[in-house]
Structures are given as C-alpha cells and as structure tokens.
Design a protein around this ligand. Structure first.
Ligand code: GLA
Length: 434
C-alpha cells in the first residue's frame, strides 16, 4: 500500500476502533484505593487508613519517592466514598469537605507537580455502590465537566443502582461528554461487569470505541481463591476477550492485591505474571507505606512490567491445560518476541513439567530465554525437551526473544565451547541454566 494511503487507513481505523482520546496506549499502571481501603471513612479512629486527602498524598509520596513512578505506576485513583452526600448549590459533585479540605483540585495539583495522574470514581445510577450521590443521565455532562475542571486524568464509571437500558445510554453518553471537555481523561467502564461480561449482552466492539478499559467481571478480594476465580473466568472466555483488547482499550480483571494479606510469594508472582500475559491494567491496591520488600520486588520487576506494557498490546492466551494441573500461557510481543508462563494449580510440591518449544507452537530455530523471576538466561532449540519446576500455586515466567538460526560459534568463549543449549537432561536441575 502507498504510505500515505496506509497512514490514512491507520488513522481512520484508530478513529473508528478506539476511543479517540489518545491515552492509555499501553495498559494503565498505578494505585487504586478500593480493594485495600474500601469505604473506611472513620478518620477519627482510623486516621491512617480512612479515605481522605492524606491517604492519597501518602501514596503519591511513595510512588514518587520509592521508584514506582519511573516504572510507570503513575495513576493515583480515588474510588468510592470520596464525595459529600450532597451536591453543591450549582448541582456539582463536591468532595467531602472534612476529609478533602483542599478539594479534588488541590490533590490533582499535588499529583501533577510530581509527574503523577489522578483518577476519580463515579456511578451511572442514582447512587454509587457505597451509597454516595450517583451520576444519573441528566447529570452526565455536568459531572464530566466538573472532573475536567478539576484536572482529573482518569474516571471509573461504576454501575450500581442503574438498569441495563440506562447503562446502554449512560456509558456512551459519558464517553462523549468526557471527549467534549477537551481534556484527555482515561475512561474506565464497569458496564460489562453489570451485564455478565459476555456477548450478546456485551458488545466489545462498541466498548473499544467508547472506553479505554472496562471491568468485565466481579470484584477482586484479598485472597488466592478470588484471584483463581478471576483467572478462570478470563481464560475460559479468552476467545471473546482477546480480540477486544488493544492499544487504548483493555480488559480489566481488577486490581493487584500483591502486598496485602492474602497471597503468598508464589501466588503474588502468579498474579503479576498472569496480569502481564492478559495485558491487564496494573492498579495496585495495597499500602505502599508498609509494603514488604518481597512484594515490592515482584511489583517492580522490570521484565514483567515490560511484558505487560508491550506496545503491540496483544492480550495473551492459555495454550495448554494439562491433566496434571499445569497450565501454559503465551503472549506475543513486539520484535517477534513472546512471553511464556508455566502455572501450577497444584497444592502438593514443585512439579517438574516437561515440554518443548515446538510443542508450544514455536517454529524452528533457537531462542534466547530470560527467566523473569530468577534473571537466568539460556538458549533453547525448538525441539529440545526441557523441564521447568513450578511451585504449588506459582509460576515460571519466561521472556522468549525472536528465533535465530543456531550459530554454535557464538557460544565459543575463551577457546572453550560454551554450549548454552539446554540438553533436556531429566536429572539436571531445570532451574539452573547453563
Ligand atoms: C463496585 C466496584 C468496585 C468498587 C466498589 C465501590 O463493587 O466493582 O471496584 O468501586 O463498587 O463501592
């Protein structure tokens, strides 16, 4: 195709197939209050944890001082229970004056001064899920304008206390209203979650046109059961969900609960790895003031983040579901690379899973493998049988670079043959890469 025609075609298709606000070309990353801090408004007895200005300022300080921002964690998102029970005399939403003495504009200025972004929450109905004032159809324009005036960067639109007909009007209307403000505001729609997440009730083509991300399914809780339940739903329905995702439009399996109370180290790695495979938004809901170094290193793993943030934005899939309760996931990445995750649902002991890249649909060639959580590398031929040892409820995650023709000379070092090809020897420790 002639370049100009190609460019025109790409511009047109971007305009047709994605919300045209230019934001969130890769999955958004940051922090979101809900799962960890809920609707705690008891600032008298629980000043450190209640939903108020200070909580968001504390998290902003941590994001900007503890290395998070540089890795891409830039959103600080207020969820439910931030507003006053009454609108102001002009019918505008207002923050609870006691808990947000500077109002939302003060918070957004504080964040912007630190290179961070602010997200806020509302509900397409009479009330929010927590019982605060909602945004009924007649209030959509005024609320969109209010958020733009406050210099908000993301808006999560929940769906409690509204019916399917109202939602079918309200979600597209809010998209238009946000666009009309002229401020690029990432738009998160809970609409599909209220409609069972699947066609024919949910139209993913339309969602991609009006929203940047959407909650497809129920709320995450601080438990491994909850993570498993979400994973099961997303991968059972992967054929519907994968085509819906792409730059500027993402399926949202809900927050990361890594760093809270419910997940072990292996389970935390599993959540991180599989959210990266899914090209999911990475919104942590934890206490960054007290997070353990173990949880932090999982959340700050540069390789997993770069897999999650791959610019092609193709959502990955489950390739294999073994009777042994081992599953293999795969995501294509730019530069002909890919990511693999070996996941164990077992609860007995580390499982030695044997396979080969050709069994996982890789084509002929040799591949450089980078183990994301151990930093070990190795070269694997497509035909080589290898063994990975996967911990109970844990993962092994690999970044697999583009295939190349194996050139043995490249492994000569100092006159010695350094054959890095893993032999597949059953007795060798598969986690010790040569
Ligand atoms: C719903 C949403 C949650 C959270 C709460 C707030 O349950 O799905 O993510 O926003 O409402 O009340």
């Amino acid at each position: 195709m002639h370049l100009a025609v190609f460019l025109l075609a790409s511009v047109l298709s971007a305009a047709t197939f994605a919300l045209d606000n230019g934001v969130m070309r890769t999955p958004p990353m940051g922090w979101l209050a809900w799962e960890r801090f809920r609707c705690d408004i008891d600032c008298k007895n629980d000043p450190k944890n209640c939903i108020r200005q200070n909580l968001f300022i504390d998290m902003a300080d941590r994001l900007s001082e503890d290395g998070w921002r540089e890795l891409g964690y830039v959103y600080v998102n207020i969820d439910d229970c931030w507003s006053s029970m009454e609108r102001d005399e002009n019918g505008r939403l207002q923050a609870d004056p006691k808990r947000f003495p500077g109002g939302i504009p003060k918070l957004s200025r504080y964040l912007h001064d630190r290179g961070l972004k602010l997200g806020i929450y509302g509900d397409m109905g009479t009330h929010t899920c927590g019982g605060y004032p909602g945004t009924t159809l007649d209030k959509i324009e005024i609320d969109a304008q209010t958020f733009a005036d406050w210099e908000v960067d993301m808006f999560k639109f929940d769906g409690c206390y509204s019916n399917a007909t109202e939602q079918a009007k309200g979600y597209p209307l809010m998209s238009k209203a946000l666009n009309a403000t002229g401020r690029p505001i990432g738009y998160s729609c809970s609409w599909p979650a209220y409609q069972g997440g699947l066609p024919p009730k949910v139209n993913y083509t339309q969602l991609g046109e009006i929203c940047n991300l959407w909650r497809n399914y129920g709320d995450i809780q601080d438990s491994w059961d909850s993570v498993l339940n979400i994973l099961e739903w997303f991968f059972e329905n992967q054929d519907v969900l994968i085509p819906a995702a792409g730059p500027g439009r993402w399926n949202d399996p809900d927050m990361l609960v890594i760093g809270d109370f419910g997940l072990s180290k292996d389970q935390s790695r599993s959540q991180m790895a599989l959210w990266a495979i899914m090209a999911a938004p990475l919104f942590m809901s934890n206490d960054l003031r007290t997070i353990s170094s173990e949880a932090r290193s999982i959340l700050q793993n540069k390789m997993v983040i770069s897999i999650n943030q791959d610019p092609m934005g193709i959502q990955g899939r489950r390739l294999v579901k073994e009777k042994s309760n081992i599953e293999v996931f795969w995501r294509p990445l730019s530069s002909d690379a890919s990511a693999l995750v070996f996941f164990s649902r077992r609860t007995d002991m580390p499982y030695r899973y044997q396979t080969s890249l050709s069994k996982l649909n890789y084509t002929t060639g040799s591949y450089k493998i980078y183990d994301v959580f151990t930093d070990k590398t190795m070269i694997l031929k497509d035909s080589t049988n290898f063994v990975v040892s996967v911990n109970p409820t844990g993962v092994v995650m690999w970044y697999v670079s583009a295939p190349s023709k194996l050139n043995r000379r490249q492994f000569y070092r100092g006159g010695n043959v350094q054959d890095s090809v893993y032999t597949g020897d059953e007795n060798a420790n598969p986690r010790v890469f040569l």
